[in-house]
Design a protein around this ligand. Structure first.
Ligand code: AP5
Ligand code: MG
Length: 188
């Protein structure tokens, strides 16, 4: 299995690059952000709880994320899984490792996309014109950055200790970044 975690701050291009990776390598796509937005749209109990936090730019609690993952991850991913926006906390690293161990597999690589905050802000404010995402406004984006710095960045160290992190410059055209990611995957 080729199991990839696409990692990086809000707006760094995880969703954009996921499309290419899923197609090229035939992976199952799991984006906790997309799954949470689906739960919100369906007005489920989980969605209602998550919305309150997402609208403020906080991280949804690990207990809810566990429930979300249990609901959506099945044990039949022959080629591999692409995780977008998960894991985002230390606890979630252990959850991920457990899920993959149950499949007699493990994380192949964590791709860490680096983009400066001023560019991230520009990208998300531009997207806000069409995205309809309640968390795409300046105040909430600043809170998302803060949560990322405090709770999510330590995840990199967790996988660095396993020598699984490849950091990539996420500034450039979508195609340039896709090529950088492919180069990493082909070199593994
Ligand atoms: P989530 O949906 O994961 O959002 P995020 O991490 O904040 O990132 P985005 O989806 O905003 O950006 P992206 O990196 O996918 O970039 P994109 O490709 O869209 O999470 C949302 C919320 O849900 C969280 O705040 C949290 O509350 C909760 N949540 C989710 N997962 C969780 C978890 N595991 N634990 C706890 N809580 C969780 O690109 C951004 C924009 O830039 C687009 O408009 C795109 O077209 C453009 N763009 C992309 N690449 C380029 C480029 N190279 N050049 C120019 N523009 C570009
Ligand atoms: Mg996304």
């Amino acid at each position: 299995m080729l199991n990839i975690a696409l990692f990086g701050p809000p707006g760094c291009g995880k969703g954009t690059q996921s499309k290419m990776l899923v197609e090229k390598y035939g992976l199952t796509y799991i984006s906790t952000g997309d799954l949470l937005r689906k739960e919100i749209a369906a007005n489920t109990e989980l969605g209602i709880k998550a919305k309150i936090i997402i609208d403020k730019g906080g991280l949804v609690g690990d207990d809810l994320v566990v429930k979300l993952i249990e609901k959506h991850v099945e044990n039949n991913h022959a080629q591999g899984i692409l995780f977008d926006g998960f894991p985002r906390t230390h606890v979630q690293c252990y959850i991920l490792d457990g899920i993959l161990a149950d499949m007699k597999s493990s994380l192949t690589v964590m791709i860490n996309l680096e983009v400066p905050e001023n560019i991230l802000m520009q990208r998300m404010l531009e997207r806000s014109k069409i995205s309809g995402r309640s968390d795409d406004n300046e105040t909430v984006i600043k809170m998302r950055f803060k949560e990322y710095q405090e709770k999510t960045l330590p995840v990199v160290e967790f996988y660095q200790r396993q020598n699984k992190v490849h950091t990539i410059n996420g500034v450039g055209t979508v195609e340039e970044i896709a090529q950088r990611i492919q180069n990493v995957i082909e070199s593994i």
